[in-house]
Design a protein around this ligand. Structure first.
Ligand code: PLP
Length: 403
């Protein structure tokens, strides 16, 4: 039954918006603890990579069930370093999902390898393991899995597949800090896992990321390549404990994280369980309220998965609507609800159309998901009242354009 409030005139047609103030897609929650740690760092005389960056790497690894963690300036950096550390190079192939952010695929090109895109599963929107199996060739050197929205991929199929072929899995867990698969934390089972601390992520340092691994050798290589290829303790060279002498042994990059940003991460990590608890509560409310709107499909969580709930992406039942997704977003915007779309499939971007020879029709499941996708606001500072507003706006727009 349509709620009477949904029949009020649309804001786009001069009606009163559902909310008087704009609700953004995601807002970071920086507490007093983070501010205190940042101020202490600024006063400490050491504002580049140092004890906070190292502690953050270690604590993220601990949380993710990994032996080593190297804090870096982004998940993009962590993914690039992962491929470099694994020795992926020109002529190799790396398989990844077409339903991801450009960074995943750009880093494959940066090492000179060929990105091999695969389609996704229609429920979780994570890469389809059958498509991965079909894409493996003698030149496949890595698989970058993408835990879409914070939902781990089907590792029950992907891990044995990768192992059978001797191919390492680099897990893009930019969305998935705090997620688990079969009780195992994300970060504990892939060869290398990359986390993001970008401004909108579940844990943020503004910009930042972390690579975690169980391998001593890979950790050493990631650390080495992350800072100019200088040996391990070169970052200490301006401290009383350091030495001026260092050696460059590989052509490294500049992917280190500053202590000012790492200090934010240390504070965020102390509050992370609380952030995740609030995300789960908001998601439960979304699930309950949206279940009454037949034009909307809610995100799916498979059994034995702990979802990190970085994003809450819905799919529109377009067959029941007289408008498309872009118009739906425009109407929500007029009602003062911010949204986004995750993702524009990689194979539809001009660059990848050109370099990979892809285009419309190549990955139908991803294209179908993309046509329907809207990511609704989700961040721990939201109140239940905000979720109610979003659902009221979705219901209002759906009711106006119901077929
Ligand atoms: C799936 C995925 N991978 C990688 C990244 C890159 O993360 P960062 O901005 O930390 O480099 C993002 C960023 O949003 C992402 O969504």
């Amino acid at each position: 039954m349509t709620h009477p409030a949904s029949l009020a005139p649309l804001a786009s047609a001069g009606g009163t918006p559902v909310r008087s103030e704009y609700l953004p897609l995601a807002v970071p929650w920086i507490g007093e603890r983070e501010k205190q740690l940042v101020l202490e760092t600024l006063d400490s005389g050491w504002i580049t990579t140092g004890r906070h960056a190292h502690a953050l790497g270690e604590r993220i690894a601990q949380r993710a069930g990994a032996k080593h963690g190297i804090a870096v300036n982004s998940a993009t950096g962590a993914l690039h370093l992962a491929l470099v550390a694994l020795g992926v190079q020109r002529g190799d192939e790396v398989i990844t999902s077409t339903y991801t952010f450009a960074a995943c695929v750009n880093v494959i090109e940066h090492v000179g390898a060929v990105p091999v895109l695969v389609d996704i599963e229609p429920d979780t929107l994570c890469m389809d393991p059958r498509a991965v199996a079909a894409a493996i060739t003698p030149r496949t050197r890595a698989i970058i899995t993408v835990d879409y929205a914070g939902h781990p991929c089907d590792y029950g199929t992907l891990l044995p597949l990768a192992e059978r072929h001797g191919i390492p899995i680099v897990e893009d867990a930019a969305h998935a800090l705090g997620a688990a698969w079969h009780g195992r934390p994300v970060g504990s089972f892939a060869t290398i896992t990359a986390f993001s601390f970008y401004a909108t992520k579940n844990l943020t340092t503004g910009e930042g990321g972390c690579a975690v691994t169980q391998s001593d050798e890979l950790a050493e290589r990631i650390g080495l390549f992350s800072l100019h290829g200088m040996n391990r303790d070169a970052w200490k060279r301006y401290t009383a404990a350091g030495s001026w002498y260092y050696e460059v042994t590989v052509p490294g990059y500049k992917y280190n994280l500053s202590d000012v940003l790492a200090a934010i991460g240390i504070g965020q990590l102390e509050r992370f369980d609380e952030f995740q608890r609030r995300r789960r509560e908001l998601v439960a409310l979304y699930d309950r309220l949206l279940s009454a709107i037949p034009e909307v499909r809610r995100p799916v969580t498979r059994p034995d998965v702990e979802h990190a709930w970085h994003l809450y992406p819905i799919a529109l039942e377009l067959e029941r609507l007289s408008i498309d997704r872009a118009r739906f977003i425009q109407e929500l915007r007029a009602e003062n609800i911010g949204t986004s779309v995750h993702f524009i499939p990689i194979h539809l971007h001009p660059h990848f159309r050109d370099t990979l020879g892809t285009g419309e029709g190549r990955f139908p499941v991803a294209e179908n998901a993309y046509r329907r996708a809207i990511t609704l606001p989700l961040f721990p500072r939201m109140e239940p009242r905000d979720v109610e507003d979003v659902c009221a706006a979705v219901e209002k727009v759906a009711a106006h354009f119901r077929r």
